[in-house]
Design a protein around this ligand. Sequence first.
Ligand code: NAI
Length: 329
Amino acid sequence: MTLLPGDGIGPEVSRAAVKVIDAAGANIEWDEVEAGIGVVEKYGKPLPEHVLEKIKKNRVAFKGPLTTIVGKGFASVNVELRKTLDLYANLRPVQNLPGIQSRFGDIDLVVVRENTEDLYSGLEHKIAPGVAQSLKIITRKASSRIVKFAFEYAGKHRRKKVTAVHKANIMKVSDGLFLETAKGVAKRYPKIKYQEVIVDNLCMQLVMKPQQYDVLVLTNLYGDIVSDLCAGLVGGLGLVPGANIGDKCAVFEAVHGSAPDIAGKGIANPLALILSGILMLEHIGQMQTADRVRQAVHRVTARGKVLTPDLGGKASTMEMAEAIVAAMQ
Ligand code: NAI
């Protein structure tokens, strides 16, 4: 398993997550590599070739967050990884954890975000002084496979409804193509209910009555924004796992970023990455180990004694990991 600890809070939460996964008895040999702005001097770029080769060889990677400088510098390593390895599906299950106070107590949503195109294609330029242009790329191929992924996931996990999210009232051609494709794919899954919603309405509905949704399927930018919104519904970014899945490889990482405001303080919440570890263990078929980690996490959050500051506690990142390990006994 390729391990990319990341930067900012990445190494802190990765260490904690690896400790928990190993303690649960996972049959994993870690193959650690570095990427990000910290390796540019050494390798000339933030995503060195050997890192990509290792992920391709191992086929599964576990990754901490990596910083992307705003407005200048190298393109995002996260976006690069997803595009180069064709990790087209970004899966983010959002559920309440026992004992964690949040706005709602009965959230069980899955956000499926397209990961390879849309406004993340990186096709941006200045076309005249004071005028910049970003190209939003939507293709039938990418739309079709992400909607298919959402329906297949729904079928496998006994979900009842898939909602396609769009803004085709304004972007009639690009979002129109996504929507038309989604409708076509939905017809192949008559047992799963299909619904459409405009993205701005979705945001309002989510903060008022999120229980009405089940699986959401979105293009890249809407998916990025809406998944953070959904994380807020259950208590914040420290609690939501993620997976980037392609036909050949998969990279498991938390929804959150490198959190420079708290990096190095040892107070980052490791749960999001630990929960991503559960998704990873399930992906590689180590179901019992995944279950052991899940139960231990639930015991610790339900007791509410050892929690990081974002959850109202005083524990450090490692203390929380140690409490989860202890809860496995
Ligand atoms: P962020 O997710 O790093 O932080 C947003 C807020 O949530 C901050 O107040 C932070 O302290 C808090 N937070 C995040 N994770 C937390 C955790 N585990 N425990 C407790 N609090 C946590 O988002 P931001 O500030 O927009 O991005 C920072 C950097 O991370 C940027 O360079 C961005 O490009 C990068 N990023 C990387 C991602 C990845 O590697 N997949 C995903 C999102 C952002």
